[in-house]
Design a protein around this ligand. Sequence first.
Ligand SMILES: [Zn+2]
Length: 417
Amino acid sequence: MNRTFDKKESWTNKKRKEAQDELLSSMVKLGYKKSATIKKIFYKHKIDPRQIKSREDLETLPVTSREKLVEMEMQEPPYAGLENPDTKIDRIFTSPGPVYEPHLSENDYLWARAFHAAGIGSDDIALNAFSYHLVAAGLTFHTGLRKLGATVVPSGTSSTQIQVQLIKDLKVTSYVGTPSFLMNIIKKAEEIGFDFRKDFRVKRACFAAEPLFPAMRLSFEKDYGIDTYQMYGATEVGDVAYECSAKNGWHICEETIVEIVDPATGKNLQPGQLGEIVVTRLNDIFFLFRFGTGDLSRLITEKCSCGRTSYRLAGIAGRVGDAAKVRGMFLAPSQLKMVQAKFDNLPLQAVVSREGHLDKLTLRIEKNKQDTGDSSWEENFKDIFKEICTVKIDQVEYVAAGTIKPEEKVIVDLRKW
Ligand SMILES: [Zn+2]
């Protein structure tokens, strides 16, 4: 393992929970005292602030989606009355909506943990290709990198031509930005006539704000020798999770309570079950409890080989609206894509219907190979499907090759609501 950035990352779960519960309880008390909005929410839900002492108690509070936050801020600009009026806010960011966020100063420190986990340090010259204009990304990543002593090239959203020049002239060693933009920069460099691997020194990249698809990751690592890491956060709550060198899930940040909930009820699901990521950032500036990200993930509670003890998120499986619920479990298009990838991109489609009062999951599979559909093949397929999607298939329907068109939805929900 690479050394952790601070000792909290190797705390026992008990110690972490105690520290988080204490911070939560003081955030609730302070929020109730300072914010009329929080007082109103608690009154509406008949909650006594003294009742909320641990993460389990959070469930009594409603989940606030981005849409809801925008609505609340429109009614009471600029922060919906959720801020602490006694704290001097150092920066104000915006995100689409518009929604305004007072800067949470501890964010800077936390991104440093993420960069450290990716192996960035004081010897690095990091190109920060996130926008510095109004949005949080540019400046917060910048300060996180500075915390580690890295030199930052604040290139922001400059053209690919300029980025290529900066990487070359300044001997940049790491990239921070979106994966698609890095690929565009590489393509631009190749177009100009450079060999990215030989002529440049970029050895690692930290990505956020966009999914990193496996094929693109493989290309960065194999074709260009760039070690890649993913980071996950939202302007409303700062950083949420980051990937370590084990690359098997994203460690949840220390000052962040992450719940995986059923979006319909706001209730917590079991570890391993797919649900919405709901975040509470423990702080004393902005009292936003249970921010509903709309992203789907699973919680990994097993120990990570890197030595960090925090629970992990199993990446992002998609958006809440794209998934279908089958017998209480979410099935997301990205999970089906993972199954497909295990079977040579076999065209398939999940059909959810209802028989009586029960959900039924039918898998339509193209019979495009000799052995597709053999009993041993089907058994293996069902096992892998269950492993990835956690839902059992009720019926398999084989169709002729070419039947499932690429433009068709991968999950079809026939149930009438
Ligand atoms: Zn790890």
